[in-house]
Ligand binder design. Structure first.
Ligand code: HPA
Length: 276
């Protein structure tokens, strides 16, 4: 996809969506593996499967439904992307971040990302939540590689605050008010689809990672590039770092995500109001 085509496709997709529903929303939420339940809390005004959206990739992973929703959450209009696109599915980094850029063209300013991630910090337990304060791209490909589209953003974006401190502060206050334990830490983004080897978990811990996962980094970069403010939160679904027991299954990841999902939904639901 060359860059002229990218802008044309983004505009085509955004215009298609706005032709179906002309409502604007400041905030969008992308739901990760096993975390789709939040959409049941939305008073839905409009929903469309990804397959019906021109130029949208189609999600192939179990636990990802693939729908775009517009509705009201806690009194606020939000877009919800139920299901995301991962590099390991064979999508290019540009395709992975395509929905984020469409949201930008739809007028979205705040992006909330959720994901399932493996615990690397030894203090973390399965089911814990971690607010992402920073990330490390662990050999994931930067979605901005290629000719810069200056209509979206600058060639060399600053990444000193990839996750908005204001949102982090608000989310911590919200979590405390609900007596939900949250960590704050560094997300290490990998390509997957293999979970990490024992040595890789050790390396990720050594470089400063608290959790590791297969999404979020490319979406964050595309969002920061086009001037959105991002909040992201991980559900710790397994403990890869444990020497004695780090056999990980996708099933276990989905189950842990589902179990922790109500806490996540509470925080996100209050946060969309707090940042409105
Ligand atoms: N590693 C990478 N991605 C993940 C993991 C993990 O342990 N758990 C959930 N997503």
């Amino acid at each position: 996809m060359n860059m002229t085509n990218l802008m044309t496709q983004l505009q085509e997709t955004a215009q298609f969506i706005q032709s179906k529903i002309a409502v604007k929303a400041d905030t969008a939420i992308i739901l990760g593996s096993g975390l789709g339940n939040l959409s049941t809390k939305i008073e839905t005004e409009f929903e469309i499967p990804y397959t019906a959206i021109p130029n949208f990739p189609v999600s192939t992973v179990e636990g990802h439904k693939g729908r775009l929703i517009l509705g009201t959450l806690n009194g606020q209009k939000v877009w919800v992307l139920e299901g995301r696109f991962h590099f390991y599915e064979g999508y290019s980094p540009e395709q992975v971040s395509f929905p984020v850029r469409v949201l930008k063209l739809l007028g979205v300013q705040n992006l909330i990302l959720s994901n399932a991630a493996g615990g690397v910090n030894p203090d973390y337990q399965v089911g814990d939540l971690m607010i992402i304060k920073d990330h490390i791209s662990f050999f994931t490909i930067n979605p901005l590689i290629g000719k810069n589209e200056s209509a979206l953003g600058t060639r060399f974006p600053d990444m000193s605050e990839p996750y908005a401190q204001e949102f982090i502060d608000k989310a911590k206050i919200i979590a405390a008010a609900h007596q939900i334990k949250v960590h704050e830490g560094v997300y290490v983004g990998v390509t997957g689809p293999t979970f990490e080897t024992r040595s890789e978990y050790k390396l990720i811990k050594f470089v400063g990672g608290d959790v590791v996962g297969m999404s979020t980094v490319q979406e964050n970069i595309a969002a920061v590039h086009c001037g959105m403010r991002v909040f992201a939160i991980s559900v710790v679904t397994d403990l890869g770092i444990r020497e004695d027991n780090n056999v990980i299954t996708h099933q276990e990841v989905l189950e842990a995500a589902n179990a922790a999902e109500p806490k996540l939904t509470l925080i996100i639901s209050d946060l969309v109001k707090a940042i409105a």
